[in-house]
Design a binder for this molecule. Structure first.
Ligand code: CUA
Length: 323
């Protein structure tokens, strides 16, 4: 189709055509019923206009068949749309294993993105073709929304918590990135682009220019500088729990409840250590509010994650649930 006649933006991710099929279905249903109503209104208007000699005696005031039909058909249609939408929503929510991780921080008025190898970008995201990319997103100030129409993905980016999105690009090229939530005076300028490259070009781009260090290395330095290691010791004799292997596991809390140690839990435990205290430990950790920006917190999380990936042999990860 010529560019000007396109109904939707081009499809450039694995999920795009599935989202479009649902929209086509919704449009088809809408057109069908809108046409039906218009045709009937016109037909009755002409047939029963004043002065025509049509039979107006004995008006129908009840028809069980009709009532069942106009209740049943919309019910079935609504359920089809619900089930279809739910399946798609679930697929969009679940990145699956082995996705490449990108951290996104929104602020008035720009997007700050960081690759696992440490490379940073502003308002621009370079990704390899055909690889799953998972975005972990947060905001430094107000609510923003990360929106790439060609990928059919959009999600709010919120201060004080992490939201995630994933996509797998299927086309090379450059695609619009928008902020889709009014976030103040510069909202309309909060735009950028996603550049999809071949995996080879992406590797070249990653290694080119600059001496970035991986996020987890920056995180480890921060961990030392803030003296986290004095309490979170590797030998589990510290005043805080050992962090090796903790990411992604279930943590038993003092309150008796359990929580999965994900990004949000670690973030909360850095800023509000007493909110969800690990069982067996005293509330001695100070808050780090005001000492760490969102990017610092992300670095620390990357470091703690890396501990989970390659556990030190001297400190084998013990499942905290067996307590
Ligand atoms: Cu950020 Cu609109």
């Amino acid at each position: 189709m010529p560019q000007g006649l396109q109904l939707f933006p081009q499809q450039a991710s694995t999920i795009a055509k599935h989202v479009d099929w649902l929209y086509f279905f919704l449009i088809a249903v809408t057109i069908f019923f809108a046409t039906l109503v218009c045709v009937l209104v016109t037909f009755f208007m002409i047939r029963y206009r004043r002065g025509t000699k049509v039979d107006r005696s004995n008006p129908v005031n009840h028809s069980t068949t009709l009532e069942l039909l106009w209740t049943g058909i919309p019910l079935v249609l609504a359920m089809v749309i619900f089930a279809w939408g739910a399946v798609l929503f679930y697929a969009i929510q679940t990145p699956g294993q082995g996705a490449m991780e990108i951290y996104v921080v929104g602020k008035q008025w720009m997007w700050k993105l960081q690759h696992p190898a440490g490379k940073k970008e502003i308002n621009e995201l370079h990704v390899p073709l055909g690889k799953r990319v998972r975005l972990t997103m947060t905001s430094e100030d107000v609510i923003h929304s990360f929106y790439v129409p060609a990928f059919r993905i959009k999600k709010d980016v919120l201060p004080g918590r992490y939201t995630t999105l994933w996509f797998e690009a299927t086309k090379l090229g450059t695609f619009h990135l928008f902020c889709a939530e009014y976030c103040g005076l510069g909202h309309s300028r909060m735009i950028g682009r996603v550049v999809v490259m071949t995996p080879g070009d992406y590797e070249k781009w990653l290694s080119g220019g600059g001496n970035e260090e991986p996020l987890e290395v920056s995180g480890e330095r921060l961990f030392q500088r803030l003296a986290c290691a004095t309490c979170h010791r590797e030998d589990s004799k510290g005043r805080g729990p050992t962090l090796a292997g903790v990411f992604g596991t279930s943590v038993r809390l003092k309150s008796g409840a359990s929580v999965v140690a994900d990004e949000s839990y670690i973030r909360e435990s850095i800023l509000e250590p007493q909110a969800k205290l690990t069982a067996g430990f005293d509330p001695v950790m100070p808050t780090f509010i005001g000492q760490l920006g969102e990017e610092g917190i992300i670095q620390l999380i990357a470091y703690i994650k890396s501990l989970a990936r390659k556990p030190d042999s001297s400190a084998p990860p013990t499942p905290p649930t067996s307590h």
